[in-house]
Ligand binder design. Sequence first.
Ligand SMILES: [Zn+2]
Length: 142
Amino acid sequence: MERIFQEALEALLDRKDPERRLRAKEEKAAAGHEREPRPQSVWAFAMRHIPQAVKDAVWRRDGGQCVYVGSDGARCVERGGLEFDHIVPFALGGPSNNAKNIRLLCKTHNLMTARQALGETALRRQMGVAPINGGASPPTSG
Ligand SMILES: [Zn+2]
């Protein structure tokens, strides 16, 4: 179970950091474990780029603050280290050039929501079972 989360997390970090992905690829190649190359990956990465106009619109709309709302209904007050997050993941067809699909999240909540999404997907794919906590939101801290 831990390994699935780890892999999902790795995949997320790779997605967010092209240099890291290249390094990982080189390491895999050096170790002789390189998988088949995926020709669409460079194009896909370019398509993930969020236009500056969309970023500006999202920033204004969200007030330069993390939009994550916890199970208690309170919105996260983080204003530092914010990231632009795809509400519908790019991999699932969510557009990068539409402010409606982009939101501001702090690093913690960006990682948390991605981990939940990736974790659930991985779990369902692996075992065909419902999420461990039945889909309830975990308690927030802070
Ligand atoms: Zn937050």
